[in-house]
Design a protein around this ligand. Structure first.
Ligand code: NAP
Length: 276
């Protein structure tokens, strides 16, 4: 991938819809002013993809910021997720309607099952298929699914998930899940792309940042994009929101990618899907 990418570049998903490769995550942004301001600032900066979830408690603020941004709805890609306490067919339908209402939107771009809780996901997934058929959601997918969870859906459902959102950074590359998803044409979104700020002092990151005149966070985000994944770094600080998006005017060379690929150390902030 060259320098032709920009902040709103979209990738075509297996269902024919498209999704911006870059977006803002809002987990742990407090409901109210913090989420509203961060989302609005990101949209003004050029972000066209916001990743929220029912569990974050801030869908309403994301919706308000979208409405106040003045940007056309079709230019903005919104992801939200179904929480673990609302799994099952009817619960999922109800929870989706609530999310839509809270966000005051006519549709969601991507709706995900947040975690594969329990023995089977198929009844929940069928609800997502209905939501998509009703046109209330353009694409449906999953999050934190390992191959065994995905296989159940691939074998039993009529629609396949087009996205799997999992934790990915140079320090946790999730090769087993990634290669399965690539084979099945399930696009990956990587969360915790900055390893929550815990490795920004890594000497290799610092060295590559020096070579490219960027900072370590920008190197981690660019690494994700050059791997072909969608990436959703979170920040509530305006300066960082801007900085994190300033990654489209340079690229990492093959050697730098190779060195970053060697940083794997199993550093994980969320549960391992392979163990669920
Ligand atoms: N599907 C799932 O189960 C799941 C799980 C976790 C996360 N997610 C999604 O993925 C998004 C990103 O993951 P994350 O928020 O957990 O972690 P992250 O993006 O790796 O890191 C966010 C942390 O890094 C800080 N930060 C941001 N930019 C920085 C910079 N340029 N320099 C230094 N520090 C910086 C932020 O603080 P400030 O805000 O103070 O800048 C925040 O504390 C979430 O917001 C959420 O939307 C999904």
């Amino acid at each position: 991938m060259g320098n032709k990418l920009n902040i709103s570049t979209r990738i075509t998903l297996a269902d024919g819809n498209s999704m911006p490769l870059f977006g803002l995550g809002v987990w742990a942004a407090s409901p109210g002013k913090e989420t509203y301001d961060a989302t609005l600032y990101a949209l003004k900066t050029g972000y066209r993809h916001i990743d929220t979830a029912e569990m974050y408690g801030n869908e309403k603020d994301v919706g308000n910021a979208i409405a106040d941004s003045g940007i056309g709805r079709d230019e903005i890609f919104v992801t939200t997720k179904l929480w673990n306490s609302c799994l099952g067919h009817n619960h999922a339908l109800e929870s989706f309607d609530l999310s839509l209402k809270k966000m005051n939107l006519e549709y969601i771009d991507l709706y995900l099952i947040h975690w594969p809780e329990g023995e089977s996901q198929i009844e929940t997934w069928k609800a997502l298929e209905i939501i998509k058929k009703r046109g209330k959601c353009k694409s449906i997918g999953v999050s934190n699914f390992a191959p065994k969870h995905l296989k159940e859906i691939l074998y039993k459902a009529s629609e396949k998930p087009v996205v799997n959102q999992i934790e990915i950074s140079p320090f946790l590359q999730q090769k087993t899940i990634s290669s399965f998803c690539r084979k099945e044409k399930i696009h990956l979104t990587g969360y915790c792309p900055l390893a929550r700020g815990e490795r920004l002092d890594n000497p290799i990151l610092i060295q590559i940042a020096r070579e490219t005149n960027k900072n370590p966070a920008q190197i981690m985000i660019r690494w994700a994009i050059q791997n072909g994944n969608t990436v959703i770094p979170k920040s509530s600080r305006f300066k960082r929101i801007e900085e994190n998006s300033n990654i489209f005017n340079f690229s990492l060379n093959k050697e730098q990618m190779k060195v970053l690929n060697a940083l794997e150390e199993g550093l994980r902030f969320c549960p391992d899907p392979l163990k669920i």
